[in-house]
Design a protein around this ligand. Sequence first.
Ligand SMILES: C[S@@+](CC[C@H](N)C(=O)[O-])C[C@H]1O[C@@H](n2cnc3c(N)ncnc32)[C@H](O)[C@@H]1O
Length: 211
Amino acid sequence: MATHAHDQDHDDRTPAEYWEARYADGHTRWSGAVNASLAAEVGSLTPGSALDVGCGQGGDAIWLARHGWTVTATDVAQSALQVGAQAAAQAGVAGAITWERHDLATSFPDGTFDLVTSSFLHSPVALPRTAILRRAAAAVAPGGTLLVIGHAPSERHPHAGLQTADEVVAELALPADAWALRTCALVEVEHAFPGEEPTRRTDAVVRYERA
Ligand SMILES: C[S@@+](CC[C@H](N)C(=O)[O-])C[C@H]1O[C@@H](n2cnc3c(N)ncnc32)[C@H](O)[C@@H]1O
């Protein structure tokens, strides 16, 4: 689910060009499993409607659907959405997930959601991450949850643009009278890409509840 460090080198392609090429072989690019930090943060919430922003091949969206959520999953890469839709059908949750292609820099799914979540919305090409995450916050229904999981800066991921949880909170700048900060943490996660040795990484995890 995490990006490899060397993928973050500078690249002039558009987000659609870059990410379609990245996913073009139609194989599962990430492990296909849920991100551990999402499962930990969402497990105790009452299922409702959910939006996954930058869903990739849908590991989180499928996990949410299996746990009773009705999910809208969005990404710029149509080929990733197709892999996700196939995996959802195999998991028996196709009817619980709507797959929508958006370049989130310029368009966004309609509506509001009980949970809006984004895992590792990082990119080596142009990505107005904070603007997209602020738009994601605007899509949280009253009483709902915003969950942002990212790579914390580390030796493995030393790239400019990665943020600690405190930095995510500072950039989002959500008003304290409308948003209760429930989680703001750096979380150590053991993780393995398919066919590779497990490694440890640090997730920056931010969870808000909207008044
Ligand atoms: C590192 S992957 C994470 C995917 C997934 N959330 C996961 O945890 O496996 C980042 C995702 O962001 C998507 N993305 C990057 N720029 C985007 C944009 N402008 N609009 C929509 N999605 C974008 C990519 O296509 C990619 O699937």
